[in-house]
Design a protein around this ligand. Structure first.
Ligand SMILES: Cc1cc2nc3c(=O)[nH]c(=O)nc-3n(C[C@H](O)[C@H](O)[C@H](O)COP(=O)(O)OP(=O)(O)OC[C@H]3O[C@@H](n4cnc5c(N)ncnc54)[C@H](O)[C@@H]3O)c2cc1C
Length: 324
């Protein structure tokens, strides 16, 4: 087990923020994870993929970060690919295109790694990872290797709907998955990838360090409008701090504009959520995840829950705008 001490985490964070961790481990095999995990003897650990959905604390963190860059094999199978947790989403889409396999093009230019993408059931451009995974291998915190067969008939499904999976609750580490794809004509695969490239770059997704959408969408029938639009209508696009600001093109994206700290980004996000609450009575759920230690007052605000107090006429206005 090769562990490095006192590693700076900012290069592993899509926001390019974050302090150091005491121990940093990039496991090279599933067996290594299963063998070493029980030896950690109570050392707290965090899992980190490409850090594109995470905000890492500024203060040094006394625990271990397990990062998956070295678990990135992507082997062709008869029906798809057998992938390690560290395979980049976009790379998987490219490999599928090269074999004329349909079903993975939506992952093109989706930041992040497969392990975290499965954990949160990521989705975009009409695709969702639940639609193309037929087997997931995990390691439990106790070091047990488990294999899940994904089936729509499963009474206790792995994927539980919009950005929700059992792995978000049970703390198991996604270490490998089989991606099941279908032979398809090349032209529509390439067309979708081109559309995504155009759309994401046009919307400025890669202009500054960011973790993408800070908040999930709220699909309650009384809301049913993207959180980006609610945020925009609540004035988020003009919200900023000295070093971070909301994207002018997307009300749900925070950009690290000029060496922002994670604390600054968290504070800005809390103010965005408050603005939507005041305007619409909708309490947005965070998609962005926190890793490490944050000041207690900020954490308390982050964890606060409020039952909805929907402002129906304002939400109707938003829905009307959403449909146009
Ligand atoms: C510009 C931009 C655009 C984006 N657009 C979208 C979009 O359209 N749709 C969408 O769904 N998301 C989007 N995202 C978010 C991001 O791409 C996804 O959430 C991605 O799946 C995160 O992968 P990651 O490896 O970077 O996760 P990380 O941020 O490293 O980790 C996220 C969470 O998963 C946990 N984790 C990491 N690896 C594992 C593992 N192997 N097993 C179990 N848990 C693990 C971490 O502890 C953390 O809790 C966007 C992000 C950016 C920066």
């Amino acid at each position: 087990m090769a562990v490095i001490e006192n590693v700076s985490l900012a290069p592993y964070s899509a926001f390019r923020t974050g302090g150091t961790c005491r121990y940093f481990w990039q496991p090279e095999s599933i067996e290594e994870i299963a063998r070493e995990l029980p030896q950690l003897a109570g050392i707290p650990f965090y899992l980190l993929g490409a850090g594109s959905n995470s905000l890492l604390s500024d203060t040094p963190w006394p625990g271990m970060v397990m990062q998956f860059d070295k678990l990135a094999t992507c082997e062709p199978t008869d029906t798809g690919f057998l992938c390690g947790a560290g395979v980049a989403n976009s790379q998987l889409a490219e490999k599928a295109r090269d074999r004329w396999l349909a079903g993975a093009a939506w992952m093109y230019r989706l930041p992040g790694q497969l392990g975290a993408t499965i954990r949160m059931n990521a989705r975009c451009y009409g695709g969702e990872i639940s639609q193309c995974v037929d087997q997931v291998t995990t390691v439990t915190p106790q070091g047990q290797i488990k294999i899940y067969t994904v089936s729509p008939d499963d009474p206790t499904p792995v994927f539980r709907g919009y950005k929700d999976t059992i792995f978000m609750q049970n703390g198991e580490i996604v270490v490998q998955a089989h991606i099941q794809l279908q032979p398809g004509p090349l032209a529509p695969i390439e067309a979708l990838m081109e559309r995504i490239e155009h759309d994401r770059t046009g919307k400025g997704h890669f202009d500054f360090p960011t973790c993408g959408c800070v908040f999930k969408n709220d699909y309650a029938p009384e809301v049913s409008v993207s959180s980006g639009l609610l945020l925009e209508m609540a004035g988020s696009k003009s919200m900023k701090t000295p070093h971070a600001r909301v994207s002018e093109k997307h009300g749900n994206f925070i950009f690290n504009h000029n060496n922002a700290s994670s604390e600054e980004i968290l504070t800005l996000s809390l103010d965005m959520r408050e603005a939507v609450w005041q305007e619409f009575g909708v309490w947005l759920a965070y998609e962005m995840e926190l890793m490490g230690e944050f000041p207690a007052a900020l954490l308390a605000r982050f964890r606060e829950e409020r039952p909805p107090q929907h402002k129906k006429s304002r939400l109707a206005e938003a829905r009307a705008r959403f449909k146009v």
